[in-house]
Design a protein around this ligand. Structure first.
Ligand SMILES: [Zn+2]
Length: 150
């Protein structure tokens, strides 16, 4: 760690605290003895998404959001709600610490989050995501959902 005042490379850590920005360290330069602070943060990378057909692609936040916006159209779900939902999904997959992740895992996380947020949007999303192809399948899912809420 280089001293920002004199450029000397030997510094001593005098205090370490954790903050929302990361790990904050108070340091003192061994040459000029001036003090300064550094923030260190772990860099978490978002894993690559492995599609059903085996193709890999970058995690596309906007793509996930646009599917959710469609499912939530004219429902009492704000743009902020959806941003936060996607934040949680993204944080979750980062914390798994994997280089690659199946698209199904992201779909499952998203659908669980949506179920908690708004059941009608959830059913709309499930029709596409779970591939519910007929009224019977949709009714079975609604029954299952109503059963869980009781
Ligand atoms: Zn210095």
């Amino acid at each position: 760690m280089k001293c920002p005042y004199c450029g000397h490379t030997r510094t001593r850590v005098i205090d370490t605290t954790r903050s929302a920005q990361g790990v904050r360290r108070r340091r003192v330069c061994k040459a000029c003895e001036r003090r300064f602070s550094t923030i260190e943060r772990a860099i978490l990378t978002t894993p690559l998404v492995v599609k059903r057909d085996g193709r890999r692609e970058e995690f596309e936040r906007e793509k996930l959001l646009s599917g959710l916006r469609t499912a939530c159209a004219r429902r009492p779900v704000s743009a902020d709600d959806l941003e936060r939902l996607v934040d949680r999904v993204e944080a979750h997959i980062r914390q798994m610490g994997k280089a690659e992740i199946p698209s199904r895992v992201i779909g499952d996380l998203t659908i669980e989050e949506l179920k908690a947020l708004d059941p009608v949007s959830y059913i709309r999303y499930a029709i596409v995501y779970l591939g519910l192809e007929d009224l019977e399948a949709v009714r079975a899912e609604i029954d299952r959902l109503l059963g869980e809420r009781e």
